[in-house]
Design a protein around this ligand. Sequence first.
Ligand SMILES: C[S@@+](CC[C@H](N)C(=O)[O-])C[C@H]1O[C@@H](n2cnc3c(N)ncnc32)[C@H](O)[C@@H]1O
Length: 220
Amino acid sequence: MQLSYTKSGILGGDGVVFYNPLYDGGGTTIGYDMCKHPSILKHLSNINDTLEICSGPGFIGFYLLFNGLTKKLWLSDKFDGVLPDILKTNAFNQVDVKFIHSDCFQNFEKSLKFDLIISNPPHVQHDMEWIRDRKTEEEKHASYRINLDEDLKFHREFFENVKNHLHPGGKVILVENQTYISYATIMDLAGSGFECEVINGVYAEKNFYYIVLTLGTCVV
Ligand SMILES: C[S@@+](CC[C@H](N)C(=O)[O-])C[C@H]1O[C@@H](n2cnc3c(N)ncnc32)[C@H](O)[C@@H]1O
């Protein structure tokens, strides 16, 4: 099936991010909001290597890169339909951001480690009418992929593996929705070894929160 690409571009600092609106999972709104929030910015000093996982077109990651908040950037998503736009963003802005096509960390080399892993992952644990209630099949597929993390499969795998991909003192920053996944659940999945900060009531609907998990420097 041929996708009709809209040549949309949004400014990420000094850069332009290309995207198909169908693959925007909130990065143009809550994602950008997160990057500018003072409670998040205070965590973004001395970051060399950043991964945006569940990246879609990479709104959050490219914003950090174009604003000098990270020196290097990797993007990863289980859906490689976002790759053409990432390549366009790379070419237009003359950067060389790598994309890893992967279900969670499955295709990551073991040695790949980051100072920051940031994400706006799917938040909803069970199928819901508003997820499937879309005009076209293409929109419905995109909605499932963007919104649904059935029985927390992604979140479980993420926290089983994330410590292996963080440098000592590295950080995980997630934007989540309290209606579907509480911060108690996230802390439970994260387990020991992290210092945790929750920033509540962010973005317009106030159900969203940011959670910052900093890996203790003595944890391997
Ligand atoms: C809420 S959207 C966020 C997209 C983009 N980062 C944004 O902020 O607009 C969630 C993204 O996670 C991806 N995704 C869902 N399950 C995944 C998994 N198991 N592994 C990797 N990516 C996944 C989807 O393809 C989608 O791009």
